[in-house]
Design a protein around this ligand. Structure first.
Ligand SMILES: [Zn+2]
Length: 275
């Protein structure tokens, strides 16, 4: 198991010894909806079945509760997948509605930890394109990362992730120095770097959100039949991708590259259920 050298080690037991190993392939950012120090978060984890790997206070104080090669339970299906891969998670101090931006000290802490995870575990420098795709993300990015949907880490922080934090992780990991706060408003396409698959997943996520918010209307909703079919299609697609490494004797990175350059195509057809 790996412990970050610049985080205070507050090892959470019995989870740290008892939870299964993972191969960390993702880093997922959260807001804890409380203005807590890492030690207060540690005390909270002792009262629940949940926990993150890391905690980050408003002042940049960083603590680690679980080794990064052990499962932590903050991201639902991404905690540990059937192939043994899983996500490293961080909970960060926020206000009680999750509406405030990360402080400069938090932004710097997230960048520094992101670079360390890239260098230590080879987490690739991209935003996760699907729920199981290796890379960087924030909790609400993929529906499979939350039991019943979430707005975590909040709109202001999603914007910081896209405009400041993730670009700075990439720049610093590549040996460039980049300011952690923009000196001028960033005029950037908010969809930059999004693939059609990302867009489809996002649309599906919001459809699910809007329909689950009004379940009594779901049956009459014009999209009521479409959403389950799309859900099934993406689940099937993820399952096919997960099975490919064993079937093709390729690494996940080789499969990702083959999908990107078009030498590999995956087609999933979901037939409507009879009756
Ligand atoms: Zn979260």
């Amino acid at each position: 198991m790996a412990w970050c050298p610049f985080a205070e080690r507050l090892e959470l037991q019995p989870e740290s010894d008892q939870q299964p190993a993972i191969r960390p392939t993702q880093f997922i950012l959260h807001s804890i909806i409380a203005p807590w120090t890492p030690r207060r978060t540690y005390e909270y984890w002792q009262t629940t079945n949940l926990e993150s790997h890391f905690g980050l206070g408003y002042d940049g104080a960083l603590a680690q509760y679980i080794g990064t090669e052990t499962r932590a339970d903050a991201n639902y299906l991404a905690n540990r997948r059937a192939d043994g891969t899983g996500a490293v998670s961080i909970e960060t101090a926020s206000n009680t509605s999750g509406s405030d931006p990360w402080t400069d000290a938090q932004v710097e802490g997230l960048i520094r930890l992101g670079v360390w995870l890239h260098k230590t575990h080879g987490i690739p420098l991209r935003i996760c394109r699907t729920a199981s795709d290796p890379g960087f993300g924030y909790h609400r990015l993929h529906a499979d990362w939350a039991v019943s949907g979430t707005s975590c880490p909040g709109d202001a922080r999603v914007a910081q992730f896209k405009n400041v934090i993730f670009p700075a992780i990439v720049a610093r990991a590549n040996g460039q120095t980049a300011p952690t706060t923009p000196t001028a408003p960033v005029e950037e396409d908010p969809m930059a770097g999004f693939t059609p698959d990302d867009v489809a997943h996002s649309v599906l996520y919001w459809l699910n959100q809007s329909m689950s918010a009004t379940p009594e209307k779901a049956t009459g909703h014009p999209l009521a039949n479409v959403v389950p079919a799309l859900n099934a299609k993406f689940k099937a697609y993820d399952a096919v991708l997960a099975a490919l490494p064993a079937k093709c004797k390729l690494t996940p990175a080789e499969i990702t590259a083959a999908l990107a350059d078009g030498t590999l195509k995956v087609t999933v057809t979901v037939a409507p259920k009879a009756g």
